[in-house]
Design a protein around this ligand. Structure first.
Ligand code: SF4
Length: 471
């Protein structure tokens, strides 16, 4: 973590002395009023910030933020020509930038988001541009960020805003009506773009407030989160709500980190109950807050993924690597995990299964869903196990067995011998959409990280044995 010097508030000098990262007071600095609640415990409903604490925290944090804030592209948009008289279009442009950045930031680290955000804003600089996009384009832009539902909601939300007249609702409560905008995002847009004095609460804010007030309640519980919102609402500065909210999050992201808080540089160290407690009680650590909650155990699932490649010619077309191949892709259901994304055919397995069982399941699936009949050995050019890997979702560890199945173009299908490019087929559980795409299309499509990884594994597998295999 990068520690930044703070020259705006008197700092308590603390040292992180051992591997357990204990934070202790090492010197006496200027006397400041101490948080009176330490060590309070008790019902979280009773926690309050005193008026003088609120004033101190606001002033210290904003001063620190003015000096230390990171220069980020979405902040630049919001700081451009910042006046109290921004015209409506300008305010909407800012709201849109906050929206896009906040949704991306819910996915991954700031450093990763920067390039995604810049590309996104270049392609769709306003909500009107985004509303014209297709879901394929949006998924392509989002590829690699994961949790594609959020990307789809951005698109649907943009369409909603444009259909309602092209203006974002001007308050946090009204923003909640836009598809994909939840309480956190509404608070961020309203406070940053519209200057409404509403709080935001994310993991960083929970951590900072839990430490400021030595809150030991389970931070995952609804009641705790509700009360953190209430406390964050007490703190938010009515003159600079957007800056204040960003300052708290920035503090959590850069100084008040989960395991290595840099209390010696912290602008609100004199208001921090957890730090005070650690000075009085050698066994207490600031990192005791918020309370650690045991992670939900991830479920282990298995899946057989088959990359079906159809050779359109018996000879390479232009160079040795171009056989005019087409790859079978199937669209995932519109609801649930990775909704609406294209992927290679895959079969979920109840348990870990051997190769024969997997192939049997795959063959049934290819026949019932895509009409591919694999009963003539002459149709199969090759069939190889490529490898396996584990893809981690929030609550699932998915072990994927990757296989490459290369077929001749004459392979028999329910549709005769001709492979069409866009097909829909009725199945018991609805419509299955699938298509055959060439290598070039595959390379530019918005595919999930898991699908891209499977394809890369196949490429690598091919390279490794290219000198041995002759088609
Ligand atoms: S708010 Fe965080 S970084 Fe600041 S003194 Fe408290 S524990 Fe340390």
């Amino acid at each position: 973590m990068k520690n930044k010097a703070n020259n705006t508030t008197p700092a308590i000098v603390d040292t992180i002395t051992n591997s357990k990262k204990r934070t202790r007071n090492a010197s006496q600095s200027k006397p400041k009023p101490e948080p009176e609640e330490f060590p309070i415990g008790g019902d979280i409903e009773d926690f309050q910030f005193r008026e003088d604490e609120v004033a101190d925290i606001r002033s210290s944090l904003l001063k620190w933020y003015d000096v230390n804030r990171r220069d980020l592209p979405w902040r630049r948009i919001n700081e451009e020509d910042a006046t109290d008289n921004d015209d409506d279009d300008e305010i909407d442009r800012k709201a849109y930038a906050v929206w896009v950045s906040e949704i991306m930031l819910q996915q991954t680290r700031v450093q990763t988001v920067i390039s995604y955000f810049n590309r996104w804003m270049e392609k769709w600089p306003t909500v009107h541009h985004l509303a014209q996009a297709s879901i394929e384009e949006v998924n392509e832009m989002w590829a690699g960020l994961g949790y594609y539902r959020r990307a789809r909601f951005l698109l649907e939300g943009a369409k909603m805003v444009v259909e309602e007249g092209g203006k974002f609702p001007r308050s946090a409560s009204d923003l909640l009506k836009v598809k994909g905008i939840g309480e956190y995002t509404a608070g961020a847009i309203a406070s940053i773009a519209f200057k409404e004095a509403v709080p935001v609460v994310d993991g960083n804010v929970i951590r900072v407030i839990a430490r400021l007030k030595t809150i030991s309640a389970n931070p995952k519980e609804k009641a705790t989160i509700k009360n953190i919102w209430r406390l964050a609402g007490q703190l938010v500065d009515s003159h600079r709500p957007g800056d204040f909210n960003q300052a708290v999050m920035e503090l959590g992201a850069t100084l008040c980190t989960p395991s290595s808080p840099n209390c010696s540089s912290c602008p609100v160290s004199t208001q921090c109950s957890a730090l005070l407690k650690s000075k009085h009680d050698q066994s207490a650590l600031v990192t005791d807050y918020p309370t650690k909650v045991e992670k939900v155990k991830q479920r282990l699932d298995y899946s057989a993924v088959t990359i079906v490649e159809i050779l359109e010619s018996e000879q390479p077309k232009v160079n040795k690597s171009d056989w005019g191949s087409k790859f079978l892709l199937v669209k995932r259901p519109e609801e649930g995990l990775l909704a609406g994304l294209w992927e290679f055919p895959s079969v979920s397995l109840d348990v870990k299964a051997d190769l024969i069982t997997r192939r049997r399941a795959v063959d049934d699936y290819l026949k019932s869903s895509f009409g591919l009949k694999l009963h003539r050995p002459s149709d199969i050019v090759s069939r190889d196990e490529v490898g396996e890997y584990v893809h981690i979702f929030t609550h699932i560890r998915l072990r994927m067995y990757i296989e490459l199945l290369v077929l001749r173009s004459q392979v028999e299908t329910d549709f005769g011998y001709c492979l069409r490019t866009d097909l829909h087929r009725k199945k018991d559980k609805g419509l299955v959409s699938f298509k055959y795409v060439d290598t070039k299309t595959l390379a530019t499509m918005g595919l999930s990280t898991g699908v891209r990884k499977a394809y890369n594994m196949v490429q690598k597998f091919r390279q490794n044995r290219s000198s041995l295999v002759s088609r």
